[in-house]
Design a binder for this molecule. Structure first.
Ligand code: 13P
Length: 247
């Protein structure tokens, strides 16, 4: 992992409670520090509670608009003013269930950055796309939608999360070799735009990460930590996963 400090992030999706915030805050306090950054994405309505408990956190999505008549949306500048630092953009569930396009995701990425949040750009192929040999083409398009709109320099203040859709919530994890191959492809692609940005960028792996597979995944040269779904709701599992990420 070299000079890149790993991140272990928990994406709670539409789960969680005030009780879980207390438990995860206690874990985070024990395992955050020199070795790794620990981050939590609770449901937006629990954000203030999570920040008050001392968690380093963000939202699971933000609106692409600055403010105004967008009922139900999450305003990036408000997230920042509450004390959060990050937001996910383009999670596969947002893309597949809510129809977010690469262009929408690039707009959300832009809005997050202009509000002072660090976007974690989620990318990844479906099972059908992998079977057709299109993994690299898909992640390239997802990345280049942002690069074309905002330039390669915008990625300097971001994080990438590679989450193969077929590995999310299925118990089917990419093998460390499969994950590393795509992470290396991503870093090499970005390297062709800007060497410095590519070598400093943190690229997280997500998809059925648990305490039994995290150590080998995180040991890969281009994997800089993880984005954890189900296992981030279990304090002891999340703690063990955090401890397996070493800077
Ligand atoms: P699981 O860890 O439950 O597979 O979820 C991964 C994910 O979608 C994190 O954003």
């Amino acid at each position: 992992m070299g000079q890149r400090k790993p991140i272990v992030a928990g994406n709670w999706k539409m789960n969680g409670s005030c009780e879980l915030i207390k438990e995860i805050a206690a874990v985070s306090e024990q395992v955050s520090g020199e070795q790794r950054e620990v981050l939590v994405f609770p449901p937006a309505i629990l954000l203030s509670e999570a920040i008050s408990a001392g968690l380093n956190c963000g939202t699971q999505t933000v609106s692409e608009f600055e403010s105004g008549a967008y009922t139900g949306e999450i305003q990036a500048s408000l997230v920042k003013s509450l004390g959060a630092n990050y937001t996910l953009v383009g999670h596969s569930e947002r893309r597949s269930i809510y129809g977010e396009s690469n262009e929408d995701v690039a707009n959300k990425f832009a809005q997050a950055q202009s509000s002072g949040l660090t976007p974690i750009l989620c990318i990844g192929e479906t099972q059908a796309q992998r079977t057709e040999g299109k993994t690299e083409e898909v992640v390239k398009q997802q990345l280049e939608a942002v690069i074309k709109k905002l330039g390669i320099a915008s990625l300097a203040n971001s994080v990438i999360a590679y989450e193969p859709v077929w590995a999310i919530g299925t118990g089917l994890t990419a093998t460390p070799e499969q994950a590393q191959a795509t992470h290396k492809y991503i870093r090499d692609l970005l390297h062709s735009y800007d060497q410095q940005v590519a070598s400093a960028l943190r690229i997280l792996y997500g998809g059925s990460v648990n305490e039994s597979n995290s150590e080998l995944l995180f040991a890969q040269a281009d994997i800089d930590g993880g984005l954890i779904g189900g296992a981030s709701l279990k304090p002891q599992s999340f703690k063990a996963i955090c401890e397996s990420a070493k800077g």
